[in-house]
Design a protein around this ligand. Sequence first.
Ligand code: 3NM
Length: 207
Amino acid sequence: MKDFRLYAITGEEFHTGRDLIEVMEKAILGGVDIIQLRDKESSRKVVFEKAKKLRELTKKHHVTFIVNDYIDIALAVDADGVHIGQDDMPLAEVRKLVGPDKMIGVSTHALKEAREAEAGGADYIGVGPIFPTNSKKDVVDPVTTSYIQEVKEVVEIPFVAIGGIKLHNVEQVIEAGATRVCMISEIVGAEDVKGTAEKFIKILDGV
Ligand code: 3NM
């Protein structure tokens, strides 16, 4: 797996009319090194079209591209991997479908899930939500930064902290032991998307 540290997930509800590809290109130019297409509202046809465009964009900039939920779309556009949640198909089945070379990321909200994802062959896990977030429906209560400390002690595969992470609280996340951080709203909803990503990179550089 190509490692990463600044992970941006799409969230067009925060774009206030701006174009998906333009916003994500600004994020990449600011230092985002992995992008996930996450679209739970659009038709599969529309998600596929967005995935195709984001694949082109991420190829151009040598950035990792992950598709949330849709394994077939990830394969069809030759994404670098898929991201699944606790309510998706079992990890072993997803691995059978995508093969050994694609990345699989799994959202986890408790140590048991983190252990299972690692044992099942996930390439990385999401750990969250660290703070309250309005970006995900039916999200569990915040797991707080103590979950980062637990995961760091117990899990060997890479993990990325997610959920309510902002420029003003990211240092708490890093202090707890995270070296990779992931956001929706703070990056794609920023007025200055590139500048915001650059600020995160500066903070991560100081680690
Ligand atoms: N997954 P924001 S929290 C997509 O805890 C997602 O697994 C989470 O958005 C998890 O950066 C989350 O705007 C939403 O809070 C992240």
